[in-house]
Design a protein around this ligand. Structure first.
Ligand SMILES: O=P(O)(O)OC[C@H]1O[C@](O)(COP(=O)(O)O)[C@@H](O)[C@@H]1O
Ligand SMILES: [Mg+2]
Ligand SMILES: [Mg+2]
Length: 335
């Protein structure tokens, strides 16, 4: 029974019983993400006052200039999980390869791996627009007691045991699922605790918001162009409103509350789109589906895709079920 204003800590303990043979490992894992999120939140909030704005001077494996806050957030989340000895491996947008975490006491006894986008919406850091963190959790597939392998990370999204995001916006929220619906918790800066502010979040079946970087319009596939035109034309509850923050977490969060569709399609500039399957699309797809929405690559379910690389990109269409189905219709029609 979800109880409004319950703290996240209470909620985690109360819902541990959802897992038959629960050892508390997943609860401790969520708690460590909660903790690291608070540390990052503190830094984000005073970004203009401390030397955390701007580029860090390196590029990550995607060829993107790492922002100082990307690097800071990456360190804080990895540290929090390493120090608490609760995962056997971590993969991050900011790390070329996966990291093997060796449990201090016994060799490789932990059963979970985590994939993380430590700071999502990096292009918005310097301009004080909301950014986020995205995480995805799997049970390893290789035997416990052995070092973690790439195959432990390259699992289809439908095998996630938990996923979520933190949004550093007008308020800071942690929204997550363990496959039993989606719940949102707001951080009370006065107490430093998260409280259940958005129990059982649901994606409206349809909406009136479309979110896409229309600056790429001329490079989009015909199906996407036709769907954008459809959103802009008169008819029924259209034209829809265009809203695009440029932070995946923030655009999806808004659309989950108001109803809408977010798209990052492939284009003649980016053959597979921009977003990363493992630590952006899969976790957001798990949240979207658990909230009654739909997440697709334009032709099929994101969470049924079999990953082949740690940092692979895929086209992404996610949000209100009816709107994503309509977009898929246009993609099919004009593919
Ligand atoms: O500026 P563009 O090309 O529209 O891309 C914006 C998208 O890229 C991202 O910033 C990619 O994420 P990172 O900031 O974690 O690299 C998404 O959050 C966002 O939706
Ligand atoms: Mg991102
Ligand atoms: Mg990022």
């Amino acid at each position: 029974m979800t109880q409004k204003n319950q703290t996240l800590g209470e909620f985690i303990i109360e819902n541990q019983s959802n897992f038959k043979y629960s050892s508390g490992e997943l609860s401790r894992l969520i708690n460590s993400i909660r903790l690291a999120g608070k540390v990052v939140n503190y830094e984000v909030n005073k970004a203009g006052l401390v030397d955390i704005i701007g580029a860090a001077g390196d590029t990550n494996i995607q060829g993107e200039d790492q922002q100082k806050l990307d690097v800071y957030a990456n360190e804080k989340f990895i540290q929090a999980m390493k120090n608490r000895n609760i995962v056997c491996g971590i993969a991050s947008e900011e790390e070329d390869d996966f990291i093997t975490i060796n449990s201090q006491d016994e060799q490789h006894q932990n059963k979970y791996v985590v994939l993380i986008d430590p700071l999502d919406g990096s292009s918005n850091i310097d301009v004080n627009v909301s950014v986020g963190t995205i995480f995805s959790v799997y049970r390893r597939v290789t035997p416990i007691g052995t070092p973690v392998q790439l195959e432990d990370f390259l699992q289809p999204g439908n095998r996630q045991v938990a996923a979520g995001y933190i949004i550093y916006g007008t308020s800071t929220m942690l929204v997550y699922t363990t496959g039993h619906g989606v719940n949102g918790f707001t951080l009370n800066p006065a107490t430093g605790s998260y409280y259940l502010s958005h129990p059982e979040m649901k994606f409206p079946e349809t909406g009136r918001i479309y979110s896409v970087n229309e600056g790429n319009y001329t490079h989009f596939p015909l199906g996407v162009k036709k769907y954008i035109k459809y959103c802009q034309e008169e008819g029924g509850d259209r034209p829809y409103t265009s809203r695009y923050i440029g932070s995946l977490v923030s655009d999806i969060h808004r659309n989950m509350i108001k109803g809408g569709i977010y798209m990052y399609p492939k284009s003649s500039k980016l053959a597979d789109g921009k977003l990363r399957l493992l630590y952006e699309c899969n976790p957001m797809a798990f949240i979207i589906e658990q909230a009654g929405g739909k997440a697709s690559n334009g032709f099929g379910r994101i969470m049924d895709m079999n990953p082949t690389e740690l940092h692979q990109r895929v086209p992404f269409f996610g949000g209100s079920k009816k709107m994503v189905e309509k977009a898929e219709e246009f993609m099919e029609l004009h593919s």
